[in-house]
Design a binder for this molecule. Structure first.
Ligand SMILES: NC(=O)c1ccc[n+]([C@@H]2O[C@H](COP(=O)([O-])OP(=O)(O)OC[C@H]3O[C@@H](n4cnc5c(N)ncnc54)[C@H](O)[C@@H]3O)[C@@H](O)[C@H]2O)c1
Length: 258
């Protein structure tokens, strides 16, 4: 096999991706599948999920769609079990699904705060714990957490306290699990993308006067693309990153170089 192919070969691997119905999750699934992985997409939006899965299958991808709300911890063991029964225990976990609450800190209710933590942080932790024994049994695995540049900076463009806190915690969870599970052959890394125009933030970015200062803050002068973010996910899951763990890879157009 050519060296490049070998570095990015995921043949026989099973990837579980949350928030896989669209956006970064779906694009990551496409790239991981192109590298040879079977991809299990988990999303609460069943309709979009089935459409995404059908599209991937039409392209020859081995794909499973699991409709689930990852904010419900009691649902998560069955999700991992369904994926494992389908294609074997996951070798790859991409913790990607998240929510953002653009609300001033003084107006965030305790319930809103808990909901943000449940989706953005608790589910990533719970799923990581659930896939860990299977990865250990297989001799290793790769976990990639989708954080954000807002995990690494205060990003004072708008009020998103629960997002800053949950994504920041995700970054240090990444480091902690990398330390704890490195000896077991499990690599844990994070990707920190800058703004990408997706359903996640399109309405916000399209407000007058919002995009210009954001673009001006990025040395490369553009928003990221889905491909930019998914390429980082692919790298961190692939043999190319076999010696990389506990790191956060910003895909930020230079934003954090300020
Ligand atoms: N778009 C950006 O600018 C940007 C920048 C930095 C980081 N991120 C991060 O990238 C990740 C993906 O963002 P995106 O832009 O692709 O978003 P998106 O809105 O396009 O897709 C997110 C998907 O997650 C699913 N989801 C949300 N909550 C869920 C839940 N509780 N259970 C199951 N599925 C759920 C949604 O249904 C949706 O399909 C998020 O973690 C986000 O914080 C996005």
């Amino acid at each position: 096999m050519a060296i490049l192919e070998e570095l990015f070969d995921l043949t026989g691997r099973v990837a579980l991706i949350t928030g896989g119905a669209r956006g970064i999750g779906l694009e990551s699934a496409r790239l991981l599948a192109e590298a040879g992985a079977a991809v299990a997409l988990v999303d609460r939006d069943g309709e979009a999920l089935e459409a995404a899965a059908a599209d991937l299958r039409a392209g020859g991808v081995r794909c499973l769609a699991v409709t689930a709300d990852i904010a419900e911890p009691a649902r998560l063991p069955a999700v991992v079990e369904e994926v494992s029964d389908w294609a074997g225990a996951p070798d790859i976990l991409v913790n990607n699904a998240a929510l953002v609450q653009r609300v001033p800190a003084t107006e965030l209710t305790p319930d809103m705060w808990r909901q943000a933590m449940a989706v953005n942080l608790d589910a990533a932790f719970e799923l990581s714990r659930l896939v860990q024994p299977g990865m250990v049994a297989k001799g290793g695995g790769a976990i990639v957490n989708i954080a954000s540049i807002m995990a690494l900076s205060g990003g004072g463009f708008y009020p998103i306290a629960s997002y800053h806190a949950s994504k920041g915690a995700m970054v240090n969870l990444t480091r902690g699990l990398a330390m704890e599970w490195g000896p077991l052959g499990i690599r844990v890394n994070a990707v920190a993308p800058t703004w990408i125009r997706t359903d996640f933030n399109r309405a916000f970015l399209d407000q007058p006067g919002v995009s210009e200062p954001l673009l001006a803050s990025m040395p490369l002068g553009r928003f990221a693309t889905l491909r930019d973010a998914a390429a980082a996910v692919l790298y961190l899951c692939a043999p190319a990153a076999a010696m990389v763990t506990g790191h956060v890879l910003p895909v930020d157009g230079g934003y954090l170089a300020h």
